[in-house]
Design a protein around this ligand. Structure first.
Ligand SMILES: Nc1nc2c(ncn2[C@@H]2O[C@H](COP(=O)(O)OP(=O)(O)O)[C@@H](O)[C@H]2O)c(=O)[nH]1
Ligand SMILES: [Mg+2]
Length: 291
């Protein structure tokens, strides 16, 4: 299975992000905690050069906490500021707001030392499709904030959301295109639903996902269905067993691959298999070193 997907608007997107970057002090880059490597567009680091950046791991409620910790340490060792959360958790949103107050104060102190008074910190949110940008913005907006509307000196049509404290947020997030030279990254994006299913063969995708789950989450697979998901077993046998388990059977007793594939993909994406992370620090680190 080869996943090739090149959005036509890449250049335009890049230009839009660059224009918006000029308006902000801070970039909040969202990644999916289940794929903290695959959901990150490396071009972001180049685009946002010189800006204060926060790397926000979203959907932590769906990710394996141990793997999340490893990825956090991995990025922190590279000098990134990492914040872990779920955009659906009001507690996490409150914690994020307190964190932003801290960042606001830091930024202010930096500017004060240069003789500039900073009343506000302007931020923009960036991330690939489906990472939770809109959900996050909606959760932040809640009741306590209001849109400030157009402001003089700001590109026409830009809306700022005033949050408690010093933070102002650009209401339109920057949508990054996913980046994949590598088929593993592409598959991990597809497993989590970051790439639309209809651009590839769902049955093959589910089969690849089983293969990966046999490595990263064999227990989850075995207790969900239950099947023998021993990594030594061919994924297709595991898939056949799941089809039987779920009654996804066609006339003539053949497995209904289309149906079982949808069951598997949907149950993973809804978190019904448990908290599973596909990206592994040790693998991605090896890849970085070999490239
Ligand atoms: N479990 C979970 N789901 C989330 C979280 N954040 C967003 N989602 C879901 O992910 C999907 C995509 O979110 P959306 O905000 O539309 O992503 P966007 O394309 O980046 O704006 C939606 O179904 C959200 O409900 C999260 O932290 N945890
Ligand atoms: Mg959105």
């Amino acid at each position: 299975m080869n996943i090739n997907w090149f959005p036509g608007h890449m250049k335009k997107t890049r230009e839009l992000i660059q224009a918006n970057l000029k308006l902000v002090d801070l970039v909040i880059e969202l990644v999916d905690a289940r794929i903290p490597f695959s959901s990150r567009n490396p071009e972001m680091q180049i685009l946002a050069k010189g800006k204060r950046r926060i790397l926000l791991f979203n959907k932590c409620d769906l990710a394996d906490p141990q793997r999340t910790k490893e990825w956090k340490e991995f990025y922190e060792a590279q000098g990134e500021t990492v914040f872990l959360m779920s955009a659906l958790s009001p507690k996490d949103i409150a914690r994020f707001m307190r964190f932003m107050d801290q960042i606001g104060e830091e930024q202010q102190k930096k500017k004060e030392s240069k003789g500039i008074i900073l009343n506000q910190v302007r931020a923009m949110i960036i991330g690939i499709p489906n990472v939770g940008k809109s959900t996050f913005i909606n959760s932040l907006v809640g009741k306590k904030s209001a849109k400030t509307g157009n402001r003089p000196g700001v590109t026409k049509g830009k809306q700022w959301i005033k949050l408690p404290g010093r933070l102002q947020l650009l209401d339109t997030p920057g949508v990054l295109w996913p980046k994949f030279n590598d088929q593993r990254v592409a598959r991990h994006l597809a497993f989590t639903g970051a790439i639309r299913d209809d651009i590839m063969d769902t049955e093959t995708l589910a089969l690849r996902m089983i293969e990966r789950l046999q490595v990263v989450a064999v227990n989850a697979l075995e207790s969900r269905y239950p099947v023998d998901a021993n990594p030594e077993r061919p994924a297709i046998e595991v898939m056949d067993d799941i089809a039987k388990q779920r009654g996804c059977i066609l006339r003539g007793n053949e497995p209904d691959y289309t149906r079982v594939a949808n069951v598997i993909l949907e149950e993973y994406r809804k978190g019904k298999m448990g908290r599973i992370t596909f990206d592994r620090v040790e693998e991605m680190r090896d890849e970085n070193e070999s490239s």
